[in-house]
Write a protein that binds this ligand. Structure first.
Ligand code: FNR
Length: 189
């Protein structure tokens, strides 16, 4: 059985190291996981005035989340939290009230930074947001990627074998988690 996994990238920078990490994940994913980016760059700033008539960009994000079985968030850390663009996208997906797109979608978080704590604080903030929108999150293994020069090239090739193995195993564990969570959701009590 294969699963579609939507990937949110929390950086719009053209040379984003988190985009490189997302590309690497796409390459290293097991055949059962089909990773596809959910673009967030065209979203206006969320404002609840939009709830009465969601614009196309907002509907596109909600439709994209609805079309996948699970989600991966690959995010930089901005000032010890997640970038506004990513929070904005989650706000769009969570509304209008009563139509939260994230509910019951299994999720995993990771991120890359040249800093020594490697997005750990941002990921913790993101976990808090994902809890509120009722997305079951894999707890372990955590994936804090300390990005050194050339760690992942522009095509998503990981140049350090230990990091490549780590990411492959992380994806394997997420696959197991998806199977468990979605399997449990099908049980009728
Ligand atoms: C940063 N950066 C950063 N790094 C970090 O480890 N912790 C932090 O709190 C911050 N804060 C921060 C704020 C802002 C506004 C910027 C622009 C940058 C550095 C950041 O990790 C680095 O720029 C990464 O390259 C960003 O990821 P992308 O955009 O390359 O994917």
């Amino acid at each position: 059985m294969s699963y579609k996994v939507g990937v949110f990238i929390g950086s719009l920078a053209s040379d984003s190291i988190n985009r490189k990490l997302a590309k690497a994940l796409e390459k290293l994913a097991p055949p059962e996981l089909d990773l596809v980016e959910i673009p967030i760059g065209d979203l206006p700033l969320y404002n609840r005035d939009f709830d009465a008539d969601y614009p196309a960009a907002g509907r596109a994000v909600k439709d994209a989340v609805a079309a996948v079985d699970a989600l991966i968030f690959v995010t930089p850390e901005y000032n010890r939290s997640i970038p506004g663009v990513l929070k904005n996208a989650i706000d769009w997906g969570s509304r209008p009230w009563g139509t939260n797109s994230f509910a019951k979608k299994p999720s995993a978080v990771t991120g890359a930074s040249p800093g020594m704590i490697s997005t750990a604080v941002a990921q913790q903030h993101l976990r808090s947001v994902l809890s509120f929108v009722n997305s079951p999150e894999i707890a372990q293994p955590e994936a804090f990627i300390h990005f050194t020069q050339g760690l992942i090239d522009d095509d998503g090739n990981v140049t350090v074998p230990a990091t490549e193995d780590f990411l492959r195993n992380w994806l394997h564990e997420f696959h197991v988690f998806i199977v468990k969570v979605l399997g449990a959701q099908n049980i009728t009590l």
